[in-house]
Design a protein around this ligand. Structure first.
Ligand code: AR6
Length: 338
């Protein structure tokens, strides 16, 4: 998956390069900078001393010494004043400059902390948005795997405001399906369902019946009469929409190798997050998404928080996979993509 949000200590990431949220002296400090210097050992500071500092929004690269990665890219984020002092452009420039350096050094995998969101005071939600937007823009043109490493979920209150309407949607649908006494009554007395208008929505979540009854005379024949597969439907939809393969797999946050595998194997069975990622990249409405998932043997249910969050976005026609992944992350769910 080209962009993944993970919870970890960045000094533990086994990638080609990790990024340090440094200060203009590059001589170490607190926060993630302190962690990286402690884990790398004194040789890192010695190399940093020779770099002559770094401007805000720029980046410089060193070796990683005792860290499990190959390089450390030191970038200097802006100190947040009020958002009207060019902070956003400078922060975006940190991500871009670091990614350019990583690519020039031949790195295939890079891990970022949430730059400026600690000592430098950038509000975490906005810092996350700038990080995701900047990384996504770079990945549209370049093939890299990027990890955005979130250290402290508790301090990171993204669930609170930005996703409050998703939380409400989950409460209404997922929680109701599990705890609502009304749902329990309906389970015991399915006939009551007919008189329950608000249940039309729940009903629409049920899997659709198969299009045509099976006509095969023997099992052998039945197996030969398989419907269009997931991979065939995917390729057909790409063609129907006049899209290029790369547009779709990049939008789906899927790497090229996996896409080639799916393209060359008509019976490839993707994971559920991968199948959904393609449906989202193709901007399929809810019913077609369900159909595509069914081809891979999956359904969207109201008994699963992950599914309810996906449904929330599909119902709103929001096909921004990175935004969906931020929400999935906030609710501790698997992310979309490979
Ligand atoms: N792994 C991943 N993320 C971490 C880790 C870690 N081990 N430790 C902290 N974070 P900050 P800044 C997160 O303050 O705001 C230093 O003194 C942390 O939760 O490290 O860019 C420098 O020398 C926060 O979300 O960097 C500069 O003077 C994010 O990393 C100044 O701080 C960034 O927090 C830079 O401030």
């Amino acid at each position: 998956m080209p962009l993944q949000i993970v919870r970890n200590d960045i000094t533990k990431m086994q990638v080609d390069a990790i990024v340090n949220a440094a200060n203009p002296s590059l001589l170490g400090g607190g926060g993630v900078d302190g962690c990286i210097h402690r884990a790398a050992g004194p040789e890192l500071l010695a190399e940093c001393k020779a770099l002559g500092g770094c401007d805000i929004g720029s980046a410089k690269m060193t070796l990683a010494y005792r860290l499990p990665c190959k390089h450390v890219i030191h970038t200097v984020g802006p100190q947040y004043i009020d958002g009207r002092h060019g902070e956003r452009a400078l922060l975006a420039s940190c991500y871009r400059a670091s990614l350019v350096l990583a690519q020039q050094a031949g790195c295939g995998t890079v891990a970022f902390p949430l730059i400026s969101s600690g000592v430098y005071g950038y509000p975490k939600e906005e810092a996350l948005e700038v990080a995701v937007d900047s990384i996504r823009a770079f990945l549209e043109e370049n093939e890299l795997t990027v990890y955005l490493v979130i250290f402290d979920k508790k301090a990171f209150q993204i669930g609170k405001q930005r996703f409050s309407d998703i939380a409400a949607f989950i409460d209404d649908h997922y929680v109701a399906a599990h705890t609502d006494s009304r749902a329990e009554r309906l389970r015991r007395n399915p006939l009551a369902r007919r008189n329950a208008p608000e249940d039309a929505f729940l009903g629409s979540a049920a899997p659709r019946p198969c299009a045509a009854p099976m006509q095969a005379a023997s099992l052998d024949e039945a197996v030969r009469q398989l419907d269009e597969s997931f991979s065939e439907m995917l390729l057909r939809k790409i063609d129907e929409k006049g899209l290029a393969d790369a547009q779709v797999y990049k939008k789906a946050n899927i790497d090229r190798k996996l896409f080639s595998k799916i393209r060359s194997d008509a019976h490839y069975r993707p994971s559920k997050p991968t199948a959904i990622a393609f449906a989202i990249a193709l901007e399929l409405p809810l019913d077609e998404t369900r159909e595509m998932l069914m081809k891979a043997g999956y359904a969207l249910s109201r008994s699963n928080k992950f599914d309810v969050i996906i449904e929330y976005f599909l119902r709103r026609g929001n096909y921004n996979i990175f935004e969906i992944n931020e929400a999935l992350f906030a609710f501790d769910q698997n992310l979309l993509g490979a």
